[in-house]
Design a protein around this ligand. Structure first.
Ligand code: SF4
Ligand code: SF4
Ligand code: FES
Length: 512
């Protein structure tokens, strides 16, 4: 652990780190463009120059490792002058089209210019113009005039996505970022290049021109696109989700996420979201108020006994919702049958990095609670209570009594819901506090961006309300923490866990 000085502040730092990381440890930010902690060092932007004691020339902090007794300066007059020159050089041919640039508000060029340069341009010649809307692949657009040639995107494709799809061509101020002929930027992680591009050169087709970033509010949650559970920030505004971007978690997704997962927010904003409960009538399903639906729920369950009642949990719902269903059924109906369903995809995307073939974000959670996948049995059921729309194939595989009842908790109005006698509208992953367990057995938190639409709620809220109305004692939860505390007390795999412990980076299930 070398002892060093950063701007005369003495500190001890881990062996082998570079000067950008060392400065960070004493709260000093060294500006940088090409350096990224997860990528190899390129050392081409020169924005990170620092002054090292006893060295005549400034050195780049990204490619200089700490050494015992080293002393360096991040804000000396020489460093400040160099920062101004580097920025002036980068801006020579930059179009400065910030008002129409998607990156404005989160652009390192804007930020550093205001912080380290802030001088009017001295450049009077004509700038070099380049193409402004190049389709690099199905998800990424390039504005070549804005590119500062830092090569982060090139290194990302080569080193992380392991598909060498980007390179530079031409020379000098005509240098261009490009793909190879007939080979688009189409690796399954391509949009990460947009996140790490320090300027507005790369933009996501899905997000560009949708929203100015200063209107967005971010919430730290997880992706529910597959069993990996990548950590993400969900950016939203006025009840609408605009994008998911990866959030660092070394144990799960490092700093990345897949392109498919980025689009999993779409159903949250969909037009066919359920806002009110639906009850079966002679004319089909009809919207009713929540109180009416809860009364109906009580009526449907009146003369049902446990052995003809089937509860179906879901590997797509939270632990809290699944557990509330288990508690509701076990407390109020002797020996109900319990199982779970999962989303099955015929040809799932998958790789040996992040993308999991299992597209269910919480299979490990429902399994840890002791639920088994739904299998057809000889038994005839009189009532089914299920989380998520129950697929036709699932229904046909089961046997029912003649006048059986089906109650489901669903997020969207789908034609296939017509089999149901009662449908409760429920919150999506963007509208609730809850937990899911990823494929590593890591319990992770979902956090809400905004309230669910209309009268929709979480399953545990609806079941607690129903139990109260039916004068049943359980479940009687009023907060997700209570559901989880109950789960942690009664299910051994969750023992000792709580929301605080799970925090932003998750916590592993107890080994059984
Ligand atoms: S497109 Fe962005 S990330 Fe790629 S080289 Fe240019 S500035 Fe760097
Ligand atoms: S790998 Fe899975 S969890 Fe990660 S972003 Fe993609 S779909 Fe989401
Ligand atoms: S960050 Fe060091 S040279 Fe670019």
């Amino acid at each position: 652990m070398p002892k060093i000085k950063v701007d005369n502040i003495e500190t001890t730092v881990p062996d082998g780190i570079n000067l950008i990381e060392a400065a960070k440890l004493v709260g000093k930010a060294v500006p940088h463009y090409c350096y990224h902690s997860q990528l190899s060092v390129a050392g081409n932007c020169r924005m990170c120059l620092v002054e090292i004691e006893k060295q005549p020339k400034l050195q780049i902090a990204c490619n200089t490792k700490v050494q015992e007794g080293m002393s360096f300066f991040t804000e000396s007059p020489k460093v400040k002058e160099a920062q101004q020159f580097v920025l002036e050089f980068i801006l020579v041919n930059h179009p400065i089209d910030c008002p129409v640039c998607d990156q404005a508000g989160e652009c390192k060029l804007q930020q550093y210019y205001m912080k380290y340069d802030a001088r009017p341009s001295r450049f009077e010649e004509t700038k070099v113009h380049k193409e402004k809307a190049i389709e690099l692949g199905p998800n990424v657009m390039l504005d070549m005039e804005r590119c500062i040639l830092c090569s982060r995107c090139v290194r990302f494709c080569k080193e992380i996505a392991e598909e060498d799809q980007l390179c530079f061509s031409q020379r000098g101020d005509h240098t261009m970022l490009t793909t190879f002929p007939d080979r688009p930027l189409d690796n399954p992680y391509s949009v990460n290049t947009v996140d790490i591009c320090p300027v507005g050169a790369l933009t996501s087709k899905d997000f560009r021109f949708q929203q100015r970033v200063w209107f967005l509010k971010g919430v730290e949650t997880i992706c529910t696109g597959c069993a990996t559970g990548c950590n993400v920030r969900m950016d939203h505004n006025q009840g609408k989700v605009f994008r998911l971007v990866p959030r660092d978690n070394e144990a799960v997704n490092e700093a990345w996420m897949c392109d498919e997962g980025r689009l999993t927010y779409k159903p949250v904003n969909a037009e066919n979201r359920l806002r009110h409960p639906l009850v079966k009538t002679a004319e089909g399903l009809r919207e009713v108020r929540m109180e009416t639906a809860l009364e109906k729920f009580g009526e449907l369950l009146k003369n049902i006994s446990g052995h003809v009642l089937l509860g179906i949990g879901s590997a797509e719902f939270t632990n809290e919702d699944n557990y509330a269903l288990i508690r509701f059924l076990q407390e109020n109906f002797p020996v109900p049958h319990l199982a779970y369903t999962a989303r099955e995809v015929e040809y799932p995307s998958q790789d040996d990095y992040l993308i999991s073939a299992d597209k269910n974000p919480n299979r490990a959670g429902v399994t840890a609670m002791g639920m088994k996948p739904l299998a057809s049995e000889d038994r005839k059921y009189q009532c089914l209570i299920g989380l998520g729309p129950i697929s036709e194939s699932t229904l046909t595989a089961l046997s029912f009594e003649k006048d059986h009842k089906v109650i489901v908790f669903a997020t969207h109005r789908e034609a296939s819901l017509d089999y149901a006698d009662l449908v409760f509208p429920v919150a999506t992953f963007a509208e609730l506090t809850g937990t899911m367990v990823n494929r590593q057995g890591r319990v992770q938190m979902l956090r809400p961006a905004f309230a669910p639409p209309g009268e929709s709620k979480t399953v545990w809220e609806i079941l607690s309300q129903a139990a109260r109305l039916m004068s049943r004692a359980k479940p009687a939860y009023t907060a997700p923490e209570q559901v989880f505390a109950d789960l942690a007390e009664l299910v051994p795999a969750f023992k000792g866990l709580n929301y605080e412990l799970i925090g932003k980076q998750g916590a592993l299930l107890t080994k059984q």
